[in-house]
Design a protein around this ligand. Structure first.
Ligand SMILES: Nc1ncnc2c1ncn2[C@@H]1O[C@H](COP(=O)(O)OP(=O)(O)OP(=O)(O)O)[C@@H](O)[C@H]1O
Ligand SMILES: Cc1ncc(CO)c(N)n1
Length: 264
């Protein structure tokens, strides 16, 4: 009997369940793949902000990944918040050794504006982890920081994408435009294709964890064997529904619904 597809997230926790591994696991479940999680950090955060962060020792992240990979090799893996180089090195060795399709959500700051990774870890992410990725899903701010390209127009997005593909060496890049004034348009660039998906902006501040959720949908779809383009299209439909039917939780930027999207 063939086994169920497995998606793994390597990321931090948000105890209020809107972002990080809890959001990822809910998303995997709703896309009908079996979810696994290796924890990089415990955060004390809520919809208002990040109150504290407790990073897991690199050695213990290694042990979690060894436990997972010695039993089953997931069909796709994503990473989110990885605070330091020590943990990034552990992840790099794991991806190189197991050749697992790898999706990077290059998390740097929370929706609330609080920093989530060390300053020098950003450089390691760029030079050591991104070249291993099948795809990377930066928002506009992350795309600017990683590529060094200021983004204020569609032409700038294309220039930033060129840097990701040609200078950094990722296989594809999805730049999410949730923070663009022009509307929530997302862009997928591969070596030979460029696709743009637009939706009308939903007027809400409940967008906590949208980036995590979006990249988790892509990871789940890739685990099922879908193409990058199909995974991108599903993620866009899923997140639009998730924001529109957000459960209205918390006093700050509330989470989205991980269960509203019913499409294929
Ligand atoms: N108000 C909105 N209405 C519709 N779609 C939105 C809205 N805000 C964000 N999106 C969509 O949500 C997805 C994630 O986008 P965004 O660029 O905001 O990610 P992010 O900044 O990494 O998220 P976060 O850091 O809050 O987890 C994209 O598909 C984007 O287009
Ligand atoms: C643990 C965690 N990962 C990612 C984000 C980004 O939304 C967050 N707020 N918290």
């Amino acid at each position: 009997m063939s086994r169920m597809p497995i998606a793994l997230t390597v990321a931090g926790t948000d105890p209020t369940g809107g972002a990080g591994v809890l959001a990822d696991i809910k998303t995997f479940h709703s896309r009908q793949v079996f979810g696994m999680a290796a924890i990089t950090a415990l955060t004390a955060q809520n919809t208002i902000g990040v109150q504290d962060v407790h990073n897991i020792p690199g050695q213990f992240l290694q042990e979690q990944l060894d436990s997972i990979f010695s039993d089953e090799v997931p069909d796709a893996m994503k990473s989110g918040m990885i605070a330091n180089e020590e943990m990034m090195t552990v992840i790099k060795e794991c991806v190189e050794h197991h050749q697992v399709p790898y999706i990077i959500d290059p998390v740097m700051i929370a929706t609330s504006g609080d920093p989530l990774i060390d300053e020098d870890a950003a450089e390691f992410l760029r030079t050591q982890l991104l070249p291993l990725a099948l795809t990377v899903t930066p928002n506009i701010h992350e795309a600017e920081k990683i590529s060094g390209q200021q983004i204020s127009s569609e032409g700038d997005i294309k220039k930033a994408a060129d840097i990701f593909l040609n200078d950094i060496g990722v296989q594809s890049v999805v730049i999410t435009g949730g923070h663009l004034d022009s509307g929530p348009t997302d862009y997928l660039f591969t070596a030979d294709n460029a696709i743009e998906l637009s939706e009308t902006r939903i007027d809400t501040t409940n967008t906590h964890g949208t980036g995590c959720t979006f990249s988790a949908v892509m990871t789940a779809e890739l685990a099922k064997g879908k193409s990058i383009e199909e995974s991108f299209r599903t993620a866009k439909r899923y997140i639009t529904s998730a924001i529109r039917y957000n459960p209205n939780i918390g006093k700050g930027n509330g989470p989205v619904s991980h269960f509203s999207y019913k499409g294929e």
